[in-house]
Design a binder for this molecule. Sequence first.
Ligand code: NAD
Ligand code: TYD
Length: 352
Amino acid sequence: MSDSNKILITGGAGFIGSHLVRLMVDKYPNYHIYNLDALTYAGNLENLKAVENKDNYTFLHGDICDKNYLEEIFSKYQFDGVIHLAAESHVDRSIEDPDAFAITNVIGTLNLLNACKKHWLDLKDKRFYNVSTDEVYGSLGDTGLFSEDTSYDPRSPYSASKASADHFVRAYFHTYNLPIVISNCSNNYGPEQFPEKLIPLMINNIKKKIELPVYGEGTNVRDWLWVTDHAQAIDLIYHQGKTGETYNIGGNNEWTNIDLVKKLCAIMDQKLNREEGESEKLIRFVKDRAGHDKRYAIDASKIKNELGWEPSIAFDEGFEKTVDWYLHNEKWMEKIISGAYKAYYTKQYKNR
Ligand code: NAD
Ligand code: TYD
């Protein structure tokens, strides 16, 4: 890629997007980073305070479903590359309202592809990067790993919408030569994750001594990756990944939900000077998620062998940093918890 670059990052006010925006703005002073975000319930400009006044950063408040707005910004800024993260991202919400996932994740992605196709007459040094999930591969049994060759088998409306977006992205590569790259990553954890997701939800509940809703028997397995490691992998793939290729990203760090929640309880007991075992008493096994995928696990050898990427920190360290961040950033959490999210959470919990 050239060393002056105008990159459009979509969804940069969300969890992973804000880590990526901060990384790229700081690391590449010669680039200009444009962050396009609709600021849905999941978007939070507080996550971007560190970069909001930087000369090489511009926030664009808009919706990827708004074709006219995309036309306006693509004409005005002449982006060299797009790193696409904007999405509806929560599986439970996708079960309640699948349409919203098709609209943003499928149609929104298609709109971006069309804008690139129209505006990138010279494809040299251009790149469309779709940030996707391992959930497109479906659900594993007790053994095995997802590789880049695993067939897609999405089972939730969320993963079906992300899989569909990936298919469109590949179709634009084969049909129109659009220079694309895709990555499929496992579950991220770290600071600034919206508290509907497992880890920040549990941290908040433990702190407030609210019941801890573990779905089913808690035996479902997820592979957890420190969010900054994901952002670094995206930076690497954007610059060095091969056009047309897919890269799996994972933490090699599998946990059953129940073991993870118990680990959180133990750390929080220490941090909050509670008696050993006190927080665990808050655990409640609740009605399982519909279609709950049993296990996700990633074979990340391609990105390791071809691009030299590996997770940088051990889970114990990342986990403790995560807990500390939420405990030291109570205002961040309170602002979300006391807003519209409160009604959503209360309704969700009552339904279980
Ligand atoms: P998030 O929900 O925290 O953030 C999504 C962001 O997209 C928000 O800032 C939101 O305002 C914005 N957005 C939503 N709809 C939009 C629209 N129509 N137009 C413009 N902006 C819109 O999500 P996240 O966890 O940071 O995930 C980011 C991306 O990474 C998603 O594409 C997700 O599928 C993918 N991913 C996430 C994980 C994970 O563990 N969180 C793992 C693998 C892949
Ligand atoms: P989540 O953070 O929603 O991510 P994903 O569904 O994309 O993997 O959930 C992680 C795991 O935790 C998943 O197996 C569902 C489970 N879970 C619970 O047991 N209780 C909860 O309150 C939540 C939000 C998730």
